[in-house]
Design a protein around this ligand. Sequence first.
Ligand SMILES: C[S@@+](CC[C@H](N)C(=O)[O-])C[C@H]1O[C@@H](n2cnc3c(N)ncnc32)[C@H](O)[C@@H]1O
Length: 211
Amino acid sequence: MRRQRLLLMPLACIGIVGLGITGYSLTTQTNAQTTQTQTIAQGTQAPLREPDVVYVPTPQETVETMLKLANVGKNDVLYDLGSGDGRIPITAVQKYGVQRAVGIDINPERIKEANANAKKAGVTDRVKFLNQDLFKSDFSDATVVTLYLLPELNVKLRSQLFKQLKPGTRVVSHAFDMGDWKPEKVVQSPAGSTVYYWVIPKEIPQNLGDS
Ligand SMILES: C[S@@+](CC[C@H](N)C(=O)[O-])C[C@H]1O[C@@H](n2cnc3c(N)ncnc32)[C@H](O)[C@@H]1O
């Protein structure tokens, strides 16, 4: 397992660099403040609070890898926590036929974009986007949860996932793992990203309960 982690480390680093090279910084206080100021100056709505991670979209090829890995289908209710332009919920409904999908994002600009994209894709009857802080959201009706956040945010979210989600719910994360909660599967997308897969267990191991 130690060897596997060592092999995966460079890939996680690539993920982090990937977030960086699109022009965003992960230590974003200054950038986030600038963005917020610009947004207010343009007369549009500001985020509920400073986002925990900047917006970087998952490449469409990796979206497909995530949805295939979770084997999503018509009986699923999918939540993307930090949903950006809505591509994961929209693809899940449009291409994989999930019953319904919900995207949650703290930034109203992302919600606006996601709603426009859902309209364009013709899926507004089965996809909705909520302008909420994911750490204060109720996603307990999910059967699949998708994430593209940061390693420390995944770990912070872990106990909330265990409290809210039913055993058997699948969790898929682009690029980042969940600390001590070891994934059941790890795959590479054709775009070169690592994708992690977990299933909520019946009994939560004691060491994973509170994060
Ligand atoms: C790296 S992007 C991922 C977008 C999308 N899930 C994807 O994979 O294409 C992270 C998103 O999380 C949102 N975000 C950051 N902190 C959040 C929070 N506390 N609650 C909800 N959304 C948040 C950001 O606004 C951003 O759109």
